[in-house]
Each structure stands twice: as structure tokens, then as C-alpha cells.
Ligand binder design. Structure first.
Ligand code: ZN
Ligand code: ZN
Length: 143
């Protein structure tokens, strides 16, 4: 938490923005929440305890967190921008249920190696990798 908060404070200072209590609360809530929340979902989670924090503030703060590299933006085909900590960005992949929207993360060394091989076969240096598989989760298959 310490290093992340420092990173955020430095970014705000560099852009002449203030470190407000609200921004701190949103950062903490983001880091403690389950992954893949949209700004709206985070706002709804915060609302009970912090009714003074508006949706626009959450929305803008999440954009700032993405700009300074703490949060990674994700799009899973439903037009929502979702956020997850960028430390977890690289080495996990996503299964997305097209019916209920459930998102499952998985890791697989073999896929990682395969992607590396594909990249180097095309003389690419791999910076990021992203793999999203769309389908139906077990629950939705039985409906
Ligand atoms: Zn489902
Ligand atoms: Zn994820």
C-alpha cells in the first residue's frame, strides 16, 4: 500500500492536483476490492460508508489511477471500462461469461511460453499480453 500511495501522490503533485481524503479513500477501496470492477460498481460499494463521494469523483479518480499506472483498464465486450491492479496485469488471462458477465482469471505457464514463441517467430519483443476467452459459465450452460 505504501509504495502505491506514494506513486499516486507523486503523480498528483506532478499534475498540480491535490491529494484529497476522497482520492485516498477511493485508492484504498480499489486496492481492497475484487478485481474487474467498473467505476460505477466501485462507487456503489463506497456509497454506504462514504455517501459524500460522488460518482464523478470515483470516475475521475479511477482514470487518474490508470494514467499513473496503478490501475489497468480492461474491456470485456460489454462497453464497461473495468479496472484491476496493474501489478496483476501481465500474467493472467480471462474467461468471460457472455450471459451473466462472470469473469474468471487463470494462469498457465504453457500459454505464456507459447505466446513468447509466437512473438519471437515474428521477431516481436513482447511487452503486454492479453487473452480473453468468451463463452458460457457452468451455471449458464444449465439454464
Ligand atoms: Zn454465466
Ligand atoms: Zn484480471
Amino acid at each position: 500500500m505504501g509504495a502505491v500511495k506514494k506513486q499516486f501522490c507523486e503523480y498528483l503533485a506532478k499534475h498540480n492536483l491535490k491529494v484529497t481524503r476522497q482520492r485516498e479513500i477511493i485508492l484504498e477501496a480499489f486496492l481492497q476490492s475484487p478485481s474487474h470492477l467498473s467505476a460505477e460498481e466501485l462507487y456503489l460499494r463506497l456509497r454506504k460508508e462514504h455517501p459524500n463521494i460522488g460518482y464523478a469523483t470515483v470516475y475521475r479518480t479511477m482514470k487518474l489511477l490508470a494514467e499513473c499506472g496503478i490501475a489497468a483498464q480492461r474491456h470485456f465486450g460489454d462497453r464497461q471500462t473495468r479496472y484491476e491492479p496493474s501489478t496483476s496485469e501481465d500474467h493472467h488471462y480471462h474467461l468471460i461469461c457472455e450471459s451473466c458477465g462472470q469473469i474468471v482469471e487463470f494462469e498457465d505457464e504453457r500459454i505464456e511460453q507459447l505466446l513468447q514463441q509466437v512473438a519471437s517467430a515474428h521477431q516481436f519483443h513482447l511487452n503486454h499480453q492479453r487473452l480473453e476467452l468468451y463463452g458460457l459459465c457452468p451455471k449458464c450452460q444449465t439454464r
